[in-house]
Design a protein around this ligand. Structure first.
Ligand SMILES: Nc1ncnc2c1ncn2[C@@H]1O[C@H](COP(=O)(O)OP(=O)(O)OP(=O)(O)O)[C@@H](O)[C@H]1O
Length: 529
């Protein structure tokens, strides 16, 4: 049986069946440090490694067997290329130690952890049968909202337990939430992979801040990273609440929530068909400012429970739409079968929905089909999950002063996404220099998005941030292969600490929905207004 390649070096030959198992912890360093050769071997004298389940940012996960207990287990083993970095290996062990202390039904159980003699870190956990939510949403598309509420409540409860233990997950995303069947529930969730978690409880406040917002180290997965981390501000357990909000959005629509840093913009939640109570919960979980979010994951879990039970949600008075009150939909089982009672809020939503449907049908002639929960099916586009966790923020070097800056020509017909006038060319001294050159055969930006123009962004930044500007702010950002801004790639050059002007500029750029030249890195100086 050939072992899978986990580090790009190509498949290697595993022990043939029937070989005497090799004790990986006690001896052959080469074997211990080359995870492909783990297949068929025995780790720490008791864990036989049977097959590889997959690999992520930091490690590979193997299915194995506890030889003494004859029980299935899963083992996560650090990738060899990280093995040389004691910091990362330490973090890996910390992952195990932190997670093993949580002890919650919705957190995967860690039963053992350690290091081989060769210094490869590993931890052992219960082996789960099922799939992670990333696979579910890829396969099934958007999920009905009652399912999303049920799933999310379990994750919120797991997070609440972790936070109580001083553990912040920091990488909540569908791929880290495993779905299995338990007690007749096909949507029973276990949260996996506290690989990026830090034990904040044992650190001082200053250390906590530093650990969550290290300069140059933006931890998490693009799309699920809270705005305060992008801004380099102080961060705490509420980054997990934001990430859970993003996960809920993903499950409901198949899409990540739009980047909408800044509270002055219009709501861009594309969840019109989701019940108002759930929309309100999402808005609060995804609030730009941590203080406007749920203060605890427990509070979020309670609101999700109330929504599921139809007893209303408890949102900040005045700051959010009124919560749904009364049962949305009561389902009664009796000898004659199942009967449904529609509550007033749902009835109101149905009447409103029907009215809107009639209105738009008359106007446009057609509407996309909706599933029974009201989540539109047709417009939701399933996108590939963003890449592995970002360990370090985008690392393109600042444009060197010796490099001849090129001024991107303004795009005459660009609609102004951020400001009223996009046509003004950049002033002399306000430069945009692509730090990389895209290939001639790179794909064109999506037609639906307006073409990017730093001049347009600059105009908007001037308009929105004029009050805070006192000097030139230098920003750098990258575009992906589709010409979209890569979340997490926006950096303020030059200063480690952001001030108001920089934060405002950074926020405006991140909110931009302009298309950029695919694959380019931009460095642009925005002069004071
Ligand atoms: N305890 C487990 N039981 C069964 N399968 C598991 C278990 N833990 C992880 N897996 C599966 O193993 C595969 C690899 O998991 P891993 O955590 O390395 O992926 P990842 O979330 O992409 O990682 P990372 O967060 O490090 O980038 C995934 O398909 C995951 O669902």
């Amino acid at each position: 049986m050939a072992g899978d390649d986990i580090d790009g070096t190509g498949p290697t030959q595993a022990n043939p069946a029937g070989d005497a198992p090799t004790d990986l912890a006690s001896g052959v360093t080469r074997r211990a440090d080359a995870p492909d050769s783990l297949l068929g071997g025995v780790l720490a004298g008791r864990y036989r490694i049977d097959r590889r389940l997959g690999s992520g940012g930091m490690g590979a996960v193997y299915a194995g067997t506890h030889l003494l207990l004859d029980r299935p287990i899963a083992v996560k083993i650090i990738k060899p290329r990280f093995g040389d970095d004691p910091g990362i290996a330490q973090r890996f062990i910390q992952e195990a130690r932190a997670a093993s202390g949580i002890g919650h039904p919705h957190v995967v159980e860690i039963t053992d952890f350690g290091e081989t003699e060769g210094g490869t870190a590993y931890f052992v956990m219960e082996r789960l049968e099922g799939e992670d939510l990333a696979d579910t949403v890829t396969r099934e598309g958007p999920l009905a909202w009652p399912r999303v509420v049920h799933i999310s409540e379990q994750i919120a409860r797991a997070l609440a337990a972790a936070h109580k233990h001083g553990v912040v997950h920091r990488d909540i995303k569908p791929a880290n939430c495993f779905r299995l069947t338990r007690d007749d529930d096909p949507d029973y969730i276990k949260v996996l992979d506290f690989g990026l978690a830090k034990v904040v409880g044992s650190a001082s406040r200053a250390e906590q801040d530093a650990s969550l917002t290290q300069t140059g180290a933006l931890l998490g997965t693009p799309g699920y990273i809270a705005p305060e981390l992008y801004r380099g501000l102080s961060a705490d357990h509420r980054v997990d609440i934001y990430a859970l909000g993003a996960l809920m959005h993903k499950l409901l629509t198949g899409e990540l929530p739009p980047m909408r840093l800044g509270s002055d913009g219009p709501s861009e939640l594309s969840l019109a068909a989701v019940p108002p109570g759930l929309q309100a919960i999402l808005r609060r979980a995804l609030a730009d400012e941590p203080a406007a979010r749920y203060p605890t994951a427990q509070a979020l879990a309670v609101d999700l429970r109330h929504l599921a039970a139809g007893t209303g949600v408890s949102l900040d008075p005045g700051s959010e739409p009124p919560a749904a009150s009364g049962p949305l939909l009561a389902v009664t089982h009796d000898a004659r079968g199942i009967s449904f009672t529609i509550g007033a809020p749902l009835l109101g939503a149905l009447v409103l929905g029907l009215g809107l449907f009639a209105f738009f049908s008359l106007r446009a002639g057609s509407l996309p089909p909706a599933d029974p929960a009201g989540v539109p099916v047709e417009p939701a586009r399933i996108t590939a999950e963003p890449g592995p966790p970002v360990i370090a923020a985008a690392a393109a070097p600042p444009t060197s002063p010796s490099e001849p800056p090129t001024v991107e020509p303004p795009t005459p017909a660009s609609p102004d996404v951020l400001g009223p006038n996009t046509h003004e060319p950049a002033s002399p001294g306000e430069t945009t220099a692509p730090a990389t050159t895209s290939g001639a055969d790179e794909p064109e930006p999506r037609a639906a998005l307006p073409k990017g123009s730093p001049a347009a962004v600059q105009k908007a930044i001037r308009r929105r941030c004029a009050g805070t500007f006192g000097y030139t702010v230098k920003l750098q950002w990258k575009a992906d292969a589709d010409g979209h801004l890569i979340p997490g790639s926006v950096k303020v050059l030059g200063t480690p600490q952001h001030n108001d002007a920089e934060s405002c500029a950074l926020r405006q750029l991140v909110r931009s929905e302009l298309a950029w030249t695919p694959g380019e890195t931009y460095a642009h100086a925005f002069k004071s207004g």
